[in-house]
Write a protein that binds this ligand. Structure first.
Ligand code: TXA
Ligand code: MG
Length: 348
């Protein structure tokens, strides 16, 4: 299949009118378009069309029991696809449009293929202007998982999407780098007062707790226990994995230096910006990748998936990375990194 690649500048959507129309036409005729959002790139198809859902699973190489998020243009459009409640509107008025996805009971218009066979569906209203324009133009909810091959880090640049999806989908919209860089926060709305955090993201548990009681699903910080059912099917798959094994080191710079000093492995280091030069001085043979300043969780979120993809360009015995803290956005970084590392953490 030929994949059309077009650039859209979100500051000047008027200029991209024809490309937006074309993207919407492809979606309306059952095809697939990769779309930039403020979190990561999404692989979009018509969320009301079962055959589009099947194509999405095929293009990603994703198991079809892992449900898709449907993307809407206005928070109130959710009414057409899920049974909302008061808490939905309280959350929507604070966090939508933006990087918050809510899971609620689905209406029949959303086919079982899109829902991965569940009775619920995940809904999100992205703030990215290009995404918003394409959803509006298509007039349908756009089902979109992250636009990576299953098991790879989510794409945060058009180049990442081009690497994974060329030849597999109809169109890729290049809207530049994604602003945040980690996928949206996913919660289920359980009743009028409480939510369960299924996947941490830019909207933090602390922020949500001003509006609702927040339970954190244990799989956010741990692996699924033997025999435990996944609240969110995505939890059970290995995720965000580079091709070389990742090991998280729980300790400061000097402990990491001491731990690695006798190593005979060919390793790469993911390091906070402040430590990059010192690591290069001590380990001149290692590739050292900066993940942003130690306290700058926004930069870390922005860089993580790009850095993980860069490590894929070579084979290492190990990729060592610092274990993030779990406060605020740190929880989202922690959650992605323990998955990239298949839960291998060494306490120093
Ligand atoms: O930021 C994002 O959310 C991006 C952009 C494109 O919007 N999308 C994204 O989609 O990350 P995806 O499919 O890669 O991740 C969706 C996650 C999966 O872990 C899935 O299991 C979970 O949301 N999910 C979807 N529907 C669900 C449902 N009905 N119940 C529980 N979890 C659900
Ligand atoms: Mg994904």
């Amino acid at each position: 299949m030929e994949t059309k690649i077009v650039k859209i500048s979100p500051e000047n959507l008027e200029k991209s009118k024809n490309d937006i129309k074309l993207a919407a036409e492809i979606i309306n005729s059952g095809g697939l378009v990769a779309i930039p959002t403020e979190t990561v790139y999404g692989l979009g198809g018509d969320g009301t069309n079962p055959s589009a859902a099947k194509k999405i699973y095929e293009a990603k190489g994703r198991p079809s029991d892992n449900p898709l998020i449907i993307h809407i243009a206005e928070p109130s459009d959710a009414e057409k696809y899920i049974y909302t409640n008061e808490l939905y509107y309280k959350l929507a008025s604070k966090f939508m449009p933006g990087p918050l996805t809510v899971v609620m009971k689905a209406r029949d218009i959303i086919p079982t293929e899109t829902r991965g066979g569940l009775s619920t569906v995940a809904v999100r209203c992205p703030s990215n202007p290009s995404a918003n324009a394409i959803i509006k133009e298509s007039g349908v909810p756009i089902a979109a998982p992250s636009a990576n091959l299953s098991g790879k880090p989510s794409p945060t640049t058009a180049q990442h999407v081009i690497e994974d999806m060329t030849g597999r989908i109809d169109m890729i919209i290049d809207g530049g780098d994604c602003e945040f860089g980690l996928e949206s926060t996913v919660i289920s709305i359980d009743n009028d007062t409480s939510v369960t955090l299924l996947r941490p993201g830019r909207v933090t548990a602390e922020e949500l707790s001003f509006i609702a009681q927040v339970n954190i699903a244990s799989a956010v910080t741990e692996g699924l226990r033997e025999g435990e059912a996944a609240l969110s099917p995505g939890m059970k798959y290995r995720h965000y994995a580079p091709s070389s094994p990742v090991v998280l080191l729980d300790g400061d710079f000097s402990k990491i230096k001491a731990y690695l000093s006798d190593s005979t492995e060919k390793f790469a280091l993911i390091a906070y910006e402040e430590d990059v030069q010192s690591f290069r001085d001590v380990f001149p043979d290692a590739d050292v990748f900066s993940i942003g300043g130690r306290e700058d969780t926004a930069s870390q979120a922005h860089l993580l998936f790009s850095v993980l993809r860069k490590t894929d360009k070579k084979n290492y015995d190990k990729i060592y990375a610092p274990l993030p803290s779990r406060a605020g956005i740190g929880l989202a970084l922690y959650n992605r990194m323990i998955r990239a590392a298949a839960h291998t953490i060494i306490k120093l």
